[in-house]
Write a protein that binds this ligand. Sequence first.
Ligand code: SME
Length: 165
Amino acid sequence: MYDFKSVPTLDTAERYRQLCDAADALTLGEPDAVANMANVAALLWEFVPNLNWAGFYRMGQNSAGDDELVLGPFAGRPACIRIPLGQGVCGTAAKDSATQLVEDVHAFPGHIACDAVTQSEVVVPVLRDGKVIAVIDLDSPNPARFTAEDAAGVEKLAELLATRI
Ligand code: SME
């Protein structure tokens, strides 16, 4: 039985440390990327409070053969399936290979509203050999929910996952 549970009183850094340890344990030695992303989405949902969506977009291609993000495993409500590079928060993170910490999604140019409830968001690219292979997206119904500590925690997770998804 897997029994990964977070405690409400954990401070943010410790919360992400425990999340990364659990993600390491669950994905170590498992070569199936979808299985690993599915378990990590479930862990994010379990460990990070005040979310309405947590999951992955993978780098894929559109019908013309251009790179674009494609929905991957997640927890939360159904979401938009394809996001062109440079569009919205996820597409910007993927195009610029840079974490996007957005306090107010309504103020972000081109934000893609998959769920009107979302107020703030953090998106972190997952890089392998210098290339973006996916992004991790966390959405919250609370304004300014995410801090630099959240971004640093998700970046650690992204590093761990670079060769596991
Ligand atoms: N809000 C995102 C789209 C993805 S969903 O929120 C799950 C964006 O603007 O990239």
